[in-house]
Design a protein around this ligand. Structure first.
Ligand code: ADP
Ligand code: ZN
Ligand code: ZN
Length: 739
């Protein structure tokens, strides 16, 4: 008789161990490592599914009592089996249950029915279409023009592409259909998001910087297939072209590629560049796809029908037979970190997968994360720089406007004279203006608008948050103080939490520029049906002169007529109660600045701030990543934050507040005992920045240490302590380890 150790697919932490089952003789040939099986579980013998982790000849208990496996649901392919090794590593690395790690790595294998898709096709001959296009151009019918031009090239396009990536509304398409210019058809599709046969597309010739980057990485791969690189390239320096060329060589060598892109940057333009180069052998997954649609794409990859998979975080688990390269574009993006257990970071998991499967990992960003930069500067990964913009446009001119000097109503002023004047000129030239209101960290941080000083915790060097009742609280260590009457730096009484939002900005702009056409994009307008797309497409069509918005307007969209970007309250995100506040601010401001002056027009960026001397603001204005890195690293080293030190966060949540406070207190006591003489620092427990979600209370405790090993050891002991202690059965505990 042979036996299988099975990880049961049940979330309960207490069950996160292996259960042994007997393999009945009729299933002998089918049960193998990695297989998904059904088996009886618990006293009632209800049927559960589980993953076979290993097989042995030895029963661990009385052989009479070992229950048999009932059925084999699926047998995993070799590709999928390799991925289970990744799940085991994730379980250890992130302190998650094996079942939850397996669910991330091998997502649900549900079958969704094939679906009907609407396709828009050209209903007139090409010559006739070209005449119509001329006419539309004269009449400035931008949306119609865009659709017709795309259809002349592609002949037909999925409806989603027309309304989504091309920003053409359903009403416009129906109007064209009514005139008989286009046809809307329903077709049954194999759930394959690849567009129709791609037309030939002029390839760019790589410039010397780009060509060198490709040669260096590909050369290194020849003797070290699992090498790692960071490409630090300014916005528009041609990183995407480097990825494409590199991938073309990898594919020519018979291997496959995964390209991770943040969901928000997954634009039609980017996808088309890959489709044109790799035609039908590219696929994409994204969050709007059903589980079945994603699985279809994974199946195609495993069958060898694909060379390239593009998508957000979850595309990392594409089961390719011979993976050669993983590219992570915009690797600094927060969306690469999962907020659910296992709280993994795509960069770390990509490194591990690369190591397990002998694949190269390439990270790219204009503003690399501190982690990636640190690894590159300590020579763990190769560093490649692209210092110039590749196309015709140059980087925009950037100026800082010091809001402390802007008149008597200090801090209440929304638009400075400099910005008003620049807006006036831009509108006169019939170009477009974007006003980006930085609202990150909006809730509760307190700033002196006279000197720019922000109230911070004396122990943790992060911003304090104002709570109702006028108390300031630190979200790392729990330090509290009363709201002071005067600024501790300069003595002024102008201590403020910023209170103005996009609507106030809109009101001021409306009054000052009564003839300008305005659009606003924030959480309000975006939540209306198709709100975000409608606003962005209207602005892209130049149906408005000024777009006012929050972070949503910063990423992933190109507006060729925008030549002025005004950044309001640039320093606000410096007050996010988190040690990464300066890094986030630098990234946000650099990204925002990169929006102005694309497509050959000269751009101007004005950054309004009360803290013009802060290095995150100054370095973003100067587009100087290296100086920023040095300054930020000095701060991280001084305060012992990652990547200079390790940080373990223990997140705890429970519907019963008192019980949570009690449990969190025990966690602290236990960690203190475990730590002994180790030079580790324990902070908290404290309320999470959002202390309650859906009636579940949330607390967090941090442990800082110099290296990762002692922290992981402490976490391992804590996991055991929590497992055997019934008091924790209704407290959910997850871990976040940054090293
Ligand atoms: P990044 O990914 O670094 O932002 P992209 O690869 O998107 O940069 O390139 C920015 C723009 O420059 C694109 O329009 C692209 O087509 C163009 N471009 C890139 N490389 C070249 C090149 N070698 N020659 C001409 N244009 C280029
Ligand atoms: Zn002050
Ligand atoms: Zn503190």
């Amino acid at each position: 008789m042979r036996y299988a150790d099975v990880a049961v697919d049940i979330t309960a932490k207490a069950l996160d161990r292996l259960f042994q089952y007997a393999i009945p003789s009729e299933l002998e040939n089918q049960v193998e490592e990695g297989a998904i099986v059904e088996a009886p579980f618990g006293k009632g013998n209800r049927t559960i599914t589980g993953y076979v982790m290993s097989i042995s000849d030895q029963p661990k208990i009385d052989p009479e009592k070992v229950k048999p496996i009932l059925a084999v649901v699926t047998r995993l392919s070799d590709e999928e089996k390799r991925l289970t090794a990744l799940a085991v590593w994730m379980k250890d690395r992130y302190g998650a249950s094996l079942a939850s790690a397996m669910r991330v790595v091998l997502p649900a294998r549900k079958r969704a029915p094939a679906r009907q898709q609407q396709v828009v096709g050209l209903a007139v001959l090409k010559d006739e279409a070209l005449l119509l296009i001329e006419d539309m151009r004269k009449r400035r019918q931008a949306a119609r023009l865009r659709l017709m031009e795309a259809l002349v090239q592609e002949e037909q396009l999925p409806m989603e592409v027309c309304t989504g990536k091309l920003h053409v509304t359903g009403a416009v398409i129906r109007a064209l259909a009514a005139k008989g210019y286009v046809r809307i058809e329903r077709t049954r599709v194999y759930r394959n998001p690849v567009l129709p046969e791609a037309f030939s597309h002029a390839r760019v010739t790589l410039n010397p910087e780009q060509a060198q980057a490709v040669d260096r990485i590909f050369g290194e791969m020849q003797h070290r297939p699992d090498c790692r690189f960071l490409i630090q390239g300014v916005t528009g320096s041609g990183k995407t072209e480097v990825y494409i060329e590199l991938i073309a060589r990898v594919v020519a060598a018979g291997k496959q590629a995964i390209v991770l892109i943040p969901e928000i940057a997954l634009t039609y333009q980017t996808l088309m560049r890959f489709y044109h180069r790799f035609s039908g052998r590219v696929s994409v997954i994204h969050s709007k796809m059903s589980a079945g649609e994603k699985q279809d794409q994974f199946d195609r990859a495993a069958q060898g029908d694909l060379d390239v998979m593009i998508g957000p975080r979850s595309a990392l688990f594409t089961p390719f037979p011979n993976l050669g390269i993983i590219v992570i574009d915009e690797e600094h993006e927060e969306s690469y970190r999962s907020e659910q257990s296992p709280r993994y970071h795509a960069r770390e998991v990509a490194f591990r997968r690369g190591y397990l499967e002998g694949a190269c990992v390439v990270l790219g960003s204009a503003t690399p994360s501190m982690e990636a930069s640190f690894a590159a500067r300590s020579h763990e990964i190769g560093l490649i720089r692209l210092n110039r913009r590749a196309g015709e446009s140059s980087l925009p001119k950037t100026q800082i406007v010091d809001m402390r000097r802007e008149g008597p109503a200090v801090g209440d002023l929304i638009l400075s004279d400099r910005l008003l004047e620049a807006m006036q000129k831009t509108l006169e030239r019939k170009e477009q203006v974007m006003l980006f209101l930085n609202r990150r960290g909006y809730s509760g941080s307190v700033v002196c608008v006279s000197c720019g000083h922000a109230l911070r915790c004396p122990h943790c060097d992060v911003s304090l948050t104002l709570h109702t009742g006028g108390e300031l609280v630190c979200h790392y260590c729990g330090y509290r103080q009363r709201m002071p009457a005067r600024c501790p730096e300069c003595g002024s009484t102008y201590l403020r939490t910023f209170r103005y939002g996009t609507q106030q900005v809109e009101a001021v702009v409306e009054k000052t520029f009564p003839n300008a056409r305005l659009l606003r994009l924030d959480r309000d307008t975006a939540s209306r049906k198709d709100g975000e797309l409608n606003v962005l497409s209207a602005f892209a069509n130049h149906e408005a002169d000024i777009l006012i918005g929050t972070q949503m307007i910063v990423k992933g969209h190109d507006f060729p007529d925008v030549t002025l970007m005004g950044i309001l309250m640039a320093d606000l995100s410096l007050n996010i109660p988190d040690y990464t506040a300066s890094e986030r601010t630098f990234q946000l401001l650099t990204q925002a600045a990169g929006r102005a002056g694309r497509a050959g027009k000269e751009g101007l960026v004005l950054i309004q701030t009360c803290r013009p001397e802060h290095y995150a603001v100054r370095c973003a204005a100067a587009q100087d990543y290296d100086v920023f890195y040095e300054r930020e690293m000095a701060f991280r080293q001084g305060a012992g934050y990652p990547p200079a030190g390790g940080l373990l966060a223990v997140h705890m949540s429970c519907p019963d507040k008192d019980h949570l406070v009690l449990g969190a207190g025990y966690v602290r006591k236990f960690l203190e005992r475990v730590k002994g003489e180790d030079p580790m620092v324990i902070l908290g427990p404290v309320d999470e920045p959002v202390a309650r979600i859906a009636d579940v209370w949330r607390m967090v405790l941090y442990m800082k240490g110099t290296g990762s090993a002692p922290l992981r050891r402490a976490r391992g002991w804590l996991e055991k302590y929590i497992e055997i202690n019934p008091g924790f059965s209704n407290i959910e505990v997850t871990y976040d380890t940054t090293i």
